[in-house]
Design a protein around this ligand. Structure first.
Ligand SMILES: Nc1ncnc2c1ncn2[C@@H]1O[C@H](COP(=O)(O)OP(=O)(O)OP(=O)(O)O)[C@@H](O)[C@H]1O
Ligand SMILES: [Mg+2]
Length: 403
């Protein structure tokens, strides 16, 4: 089957994918299943392996180990142009000598699809650039070029559309607008979108499923709300929004028969309660967390009520106004730096710099992590680069002989 016009999106499955570059492991034993028709975001910091993953799916890179299936078909050894995949790259490459409309119609014409220009105009209307269809790429702004690149990919109706930071060149307002547009394009055409970004807000707004990637592995995957409200690892807790994390020993853990189904963790002389079902671990040393907007500031010691955690007193060390909310930093002896976001419901700050404060939160808002905030790198550079280079050479020789 050649890449043709797909009626619908296709499932994408990565099974045990490892990608080693000479001296560097970019992807380690990655398993991933993306159902047909979903808008999937791959989110992670620079260098974590997002582009590499897309290049593997597109066939521009061969995995060191593992298999790739699209629509149930094993495409691991299928040439890039024979895969039902289109990619919008981090650097959008338009043909400079062709007009916008010819850029978009190019793939359709090459494959002999009926009415290439009609379809190309439709795609340009989707990105609101049809009025500029006779211009050359260099007569467009960077953001407009990026939208042409999008139209050029969408018009081919690939079963799988890979988007590598496709909105990177846009200013914030246009970026927001394009996010919504991309989402409605995906709704309209029903294809499977895999969107790569390092912008957590973008991932959360656009995707129905977000996978958080760190150092070549997926740490957690799920609906945006789920990931935000219940992060499982310290990396996810801090990469997707901000978190206040505290590490201590579990002193009691109410099982199913306990009075309250929660764990109690001793931190800095205080006891913090976390619902058992929201904690990954129930004994020993654990790290627990709470989001800054879940904290309430008090300028006098609040009464300790059942179902709330109270910490303090501490001192406000920073107040930053950011429009809709104000961010407070406070130092709580025994707990370190704590961040609180408060919505600006009243004029001026709720508490001032240097003020003595307490914080409280609803026990139900806390979460318990699987790990602790770490520092050590996960991948040591591969020592055996000579072996990898030798293998690459053997493979190349084999390919040349075949051809
Ligand atoms: N051909 C290559 N040879 C050696 N190392 C490579 C090669 N391509 C990528 N890498 C390394 O693999 C890691 C992952 O790269 P990748 O391009 O996938 O990152 P990314 O998540 O897309 O980052 P960014 O957000 O900066 O685009 C990086 O450390 C990179 O240096
Ligand atoms: Mg990249």
């Amino acid at each position: 089957m050649a890449a043709g016009f797909a009626e619908a999106g296709a499932d994408l499955e990565l099974v045990g994918i490892t990608k080693r570059f000479p001296g560097f492991t970019a992807i380690e034993d990655l398993d991933l299943r993306i159902p047909a028709g979903s808008f999937f975001a791959l989110l992670g910091p620079s260098g974590c392996g997002k582009t590499t993953t897309l290049r593997l799916v597109a066939g521009l890179e061969q995995p060191t180990a593992g298999r790739i299936l699209i629509g149930g078909r094993d495409v691991t050894n299928v040439k890039p142009y024979q895969r039902p995949v289109n990619t919008v790259f981090q650097s959008y490459a338009l043909f400079p000598h062709m007009s916008v409309i010819n850029n978009v119609a190019f793939g359709l014409r090459r494959r002999g699809i009926a009415d290439p220009y009609g379809k190309a105009h439709e795609a340009l209307q989707l990105v609101e650039l049809d009025h500029l269809s006779n211009r050359r790429p260099q007569q467009l702004s960077g953001g407009q070029q990026q939208r042409v690149a999008l139209a050029r990919a969408v018009v081919n109706r690939p079963s799988l559309l890979l988007l590598d930071e496709p909105l990177g060149a846009l200013d914030l307002k246009l970026r927001r607008q394009m996010q919504l547009e991309l989402k409605s394009i995906q709704n309209e055409v029903g294809l499977t979108f895999v969107h790569v970004t390092h912008d957590q807000e973008e991932a959360m707004t656009m995707a129905d499923t977000v996978a958080v990637m760190n150092k070549g592995a997926i740490e957690q995957m799920g609906a945006p709300e789920e990931l935000y409200e219940l992060p499982r690892t310290a990396f996810v807790a801090n990469f997707l929004g901000q978190s206040n994390l505290f590490t201590g020993e579990v002193t009691s853990s109410g099982g199913p028969t306990g009075a309250a189904a929660s764990i109690v963790v001793a931190v800095g002389g205080a006891k913090i309660e976390v619902p058992s079902e929201r904690a990954q671990r129930h004994s020993g040393r654990v790290t627990i967390g709470v989001r800054p907007e879940k904290l309430v500031l008090h300028s006098s010691q609040p009464k300790k009520e059942a179902g709330t955690n109270v910490l303090g007193p501490g001192r406000i060390t920073d107040v930053s106004f950011s429009g809709v909310s104000t961010q407070y930093q406070l130092v709580l002896p025994g707990f370190g730096l704590v961040t609180v976001f408060a919505q600006n419901m009243v004029f001026g700050p709720v508490v001032n710099l240097g003020a003595e404060v307490w914080v409280s939160w609803n026990v139900d808002h806390g979460f318990g992590l699987l790990d602790e905030p770490e520092v050590a790198p996960k991948f040591e550079p591969d020592t055996d680069t000579a072996t990898i280079a030798a293998q690459a050479r053997r493979e190349l020789m084999a390919e040349i002989e075949e051809g």
